[in-house]
Structure formats: structure tokens, C-alpha cells
Design a protein around this ligand. Structure first.
Ligand SMILES: *[C@@H]1O[C@H](CO)[C@@H](O)[C@H](O)[C@H]1NC(C)=O
Ligand SMILES: *[C@@H]1O[C@H](CO)[C@@H](O)[C@H](O)[C@H]1NC(C)=O
Ligand SMILES: *[C@@H]1O[C@H](CO)[C@@H](O)[C@H](O)[C@H]1NC(C)=O
Length: 400
């Protein structure tokens, strides 16, 4: 083989040095352009972070930097619920990411959260979306604890690839079953003393307390004077009976969700589903399913399908421990507030009644006071409602 000219070696070294100097951010994950994407001013990245080298377990992320001045904007992790549904399919491409699929192309989303933050969407646990475990025994028993642990490892390693984000103001956000994922991950970060600059969490329509959240529709109707006291009693009773009876027969997943529904309809369908089966999901659009299954899209995202034939909104392979649904996470919220983490709970209007703090015994005055410092001013989850003796509160606002 021909000997290399010395200057080519020097040039290569220089190039490597320049690359190292410039490449404090992961170049590997950089997306050139997604198929059909309009021109944009921000950078975006996607790829895998290996969680377990031996078992070949890796989590997939999509990261959209803020449109303007990303260096001054916070980092926000978003998690969809399920358990087992994709934050990329739902959160990024259906709800508040920079683009929405429409036929062959992507349309710019004028309400994208990356106008205000650097948005990191994570498909978790392994088995969801493009995230995988090559050893598929992993899928047979996944718990809240495993999910939180893997998500923590993900973050540690992700910050390794994106070091300038490590000290950045960091928020963990999500919806529905992420009422478990988000506070549990936040708590693990606090406990493990990971050196992230975790400032707060925000959860929308979260599952916080199984019994309350699943029975809250009666309360909502009744408290708004839509139904009589008698009907309320019956409603409440029937709801309790239904969830008690049905939940025993819930298969780990009921993915009746890959249908095309406008988001409002699908979310109210979700609410109904929650009350009957304990399965939660998010807005699902056919367009997103089609888009994320395109070969050129999968390639542009640096993704792959491992052990599954197609990308699905909610996992068909993960067997989640359904008993975990009943773990109340309200006490965790209080703990987080006590450790100085800001907590924001919000609820979409038409779903009101889901996110009810019905058990204020977890909250004391100190907690409330600390919350009052933590929450945004736009939001009037009246603090009187969070102290013992009062019944609950709803929050009708969204995060930004
Ligand atoms: C796959 O995972 C299971 C359980 O996590 C473990 O017992 C088994 O040894 C693993 N298989 C291989 C080939 O590593
Ligand atoms: C409130 O909680 C903080 C944090 O745990 C603690 O330092 C402080 O002493 C508490 N204040 C009161 C009045 O209990
Ligand atoms: C918030 O709600 C409480 C209780 O309903 C009320 O007294 C207070 O004026 C409200 N604050 C704002 C800013 O709307």
C-alpha cells in the first residue's frame, strides 16, 4: 500500500483537532434534513444512547435545539405516557415538536415548544418506538423503577455527548402516564446527586393517583353543576365498580390506538379508555405513523428497527407491570418541592377532572409555600386548595 504523504497526515491531524474543538456537541447525531422538511434555522439531532452494552439495550432520542439563541434557553426533556407510548410519535410529531407530518412533507408547527426551549424527546423504556433491547427478555417485565433507572443512565450519557447542556437549566416534562415517569426520574436525579441543573418538572393530565384520577369525571361534572347529587352518587359508584372489575382483566396492553383520530377525539377516547382499562394514550395521527415508517425517514433519523417490523405509537412488545399504575406519585411531588424542584401540574380543559389532587394530606403548609414560590403566576391552582382540609384543585393552563 502506498505510503501516505506526510502532509496528508498533518492535514488529517489538523482536521481532527478542528473537529474536536468545534465538535463539543455530538456531530454523529446531527440530522442533515428530514425528508420533506422545510428550511429551518435550528439544528436537530437524533440517535441512540446505549444503556447496557452487554444486553445491547439502547434508547432513541430526537433533540431539537431552540429556534433562536439555543445557548440561552433551557433544556426540556419530554416523555409521553402509556406506559409504552412514544414521545417522538406523539410529543414531537403530533403535539409540540417543530414539525407535523402532512402527506409526503413536514409542515412547520407554529406552536412548537422549541421556540422557547431546547427540546429533547425520548422513547422510553426500551421496546418503545425505535428504542430496543437486543435481548428481548428485557421486555417481559418492565417496571417504573427500571424505566426511571434507564432514563437516568440515558441522561448521564446523553450529557456526555452534549456537554454544553450539562449545566443548563433543565426541566422534565410529560403527560398522562408520565405522571409516574417524570417525578420518579426527577426523584432519582435528586437521590443520585447527579450533577444536572434540574430546576423543575411539569406534567399534563398526569396519572398521579389511580383511584382518584380514574374516578374524577363524576366529580368534575358534579362540581360544575352538570349532574345532580343522585347521579353523582351513582356515577361514582359505577365508576368504582367498573374500574375494579375491568382492571383485573386488562391485558398489559390494549393498543386499539393505531387509528387516525383528530387529537381532541383521540384524547377524549383516551379518557374513556383510562376509566375502563387503565390504558392511556395520546394523540395519534396516521400521518405520523406513515412518516416514521418511511425508510428514508428512519435513515435520516439514524434509527433502526430492531426486533420489530415497524415503528408503532405504543409498544406491542413491552409487558409493563400494570400494578405500577396504582403507585401514587403525589407524595413524590411533595418531596420534590421540598428539595427545591419546581412542580407544575396542568390539565387540558376538556380533560379537566383528571389531574385532581384529592388527597391533600400529602401537602402541608410548608410544601404549599414552597410551591407558591415555584409555580408560574399565570396559573391559579389556588394554594388554599392544596392545604389540608380543602378538597382539591385543577389547573387550567399550560406550561409556556
Ligand atoms: C437476557 O436477559 C435475561 C434477563 O434479563 C438474562 O437472564 C439472560 O441471561 C440474557 N441473555 C443473554 C444472552 O445475555
Ligand atoms: C420547610 O422545608 C424546608 C426544606 O425541607 C426546611 O428547610 C424548612 O425548615 C421547612 N420550614 C418549616 C417551617 O417547616
Ligand atoms: C386564585 O383563586 C383564588 C381562590 O379561588 C382567588 O381568591 C384568587 O383571587 C385567584 N387569583 C387570581 C390571580 O386569579
Amino acid at each position: 500500500m502506498q505510503q501516505r504523504e506526510p502532509w496528508t497526515v498533518i492535514a488529517a491531524i489538523c482536521a481532527a483537532l478542528i473537529f474536536l474543538a468545534a465538535g463539543s456537541i455530538s456531530e454523529a447525531g446531527k440530522i442533515e434534513a428530514l425528508p420533506g422538511q422545510p428550511k429551518v434555522s435550528f439544528q436537530h439531532y437524533a440517535g441512540y444512547i446505549t444503556i447496557d452494552e452487554k444486553q445491547k439495550r439502547a434508547l432513541f432520542y430526537y433533540f431539537a435545539e431552540a429556534e433562536i439563541d439555543p445557548a440561552t434557553k433551557p433544556l426540556v426533556l419530554w416523555l409521553n405516557g402509556g406506559p409504552g407510548c412514544s414521545s417522538i410519535g406523539a410529543g414531537a410529531f403530533c403535539e409540540h415538536g417543530p414539525f407535523k407530518p402532512s402527506g409526503e412533507i413536514l409542515l412547520k408547527n407554529d406552536y412548537s415548544w422549541n421556540k422557547e426551549a431546547n427540546m429533547l424527546y425520548l422513547e422510553s423504556p426500551a421496546g418503545v418506538g425505535f428504542s430496543y433491547s437486543a435481548n428481548d427478555s428485557f421486555y417481559s417485565y418492565v417496571t417504573d423503577e427500571i424505566t426511571a433507572q434507564d432514563n437516568l443512565v440515558f441522561l448521564e450519557r446523553w450529557f456526555g455527548e452534549f456537554p454544553e447542556y450539562k449545566g443548563r437549566a433543565f426541566f422534565i416534562t410529560g403527560e398522562s402516564y408520565a405522571g409516574h415517569y417524570v417525578p420518579q426520574l426527577a426523584q432519582l436525579i435528586v437521590q443520585s446527586k447527579a450533577k444536572f441543573n434540574l430546576k423543575g418538572i411539569a406534567i399534563g393530565n398526569p396519572l398521579l393517583e389511580f383511584n382518584t384520577d380514574f374516578n374524577s369525571r363524576a366529580e368534575f361534572y358534579w362540581s360544575h353543576g352538570l349532574i345532580s347529587d343522585d347521579t353523582y352518587e351513582i356515577f361514582h359508584h359505577i365508576n368504582s365498580l367498573v374500574s375494579r372489575e375491568v382492571s383485573k382483566y386488562v391485558d398489559t396492553y390494549d393498543v386499539t390506538l393505531d387509528v387516525c383520530l383528530p387529537s381532541i377525539e383521540s384524547q377524549s377516547r383516551v379518557l374513556n379508555q383510562m376509566e375502563y382499562t387503565g390504558t392511556i394514550d395520546v394523540c395519534v395521527e396516521d400521518e405520523t405513523i406513515k412518516y416514521l415508517n418511511r425508510k428514508d425517514v428512519i435513515e435520516a433519523l439514524h434509527a433502526q428497527l430492531v426486533g420489530v417490523d415497524q415503528w408503532t405509537v405504543c409498544s406491542d412488545v413491552v409487558r409493563y407491570e400494570m400494578k405500577n399504575l396504582e403507585i401514587p406519585t403525589v407524595p413524590l411531588l411533595a418531596k420534590l418541592v421540598m428539595s427545591g424542584i419546581r412542580v407544575h401540574v396542568y390539565s387540558c380543559k376538556f380533560l379537566s377532572g383528571r389531574s385532581r389532587f384529592s388527597d391533600p394530606t400529602h401537602w402541608n403548609k410548608n410544601t404549599s409555600e414552597r410551591i407558591s414560590k415555584g409555580i408560574g403566576t399565570k396559573h391559579n391552582c389556588s394554594l388554599q386548595n392544596l392545604v389540608p382540609g380543602k378538597t382539591g384543585c385543577w389547573v387550567d393552563t399550560s406550561i409556556w
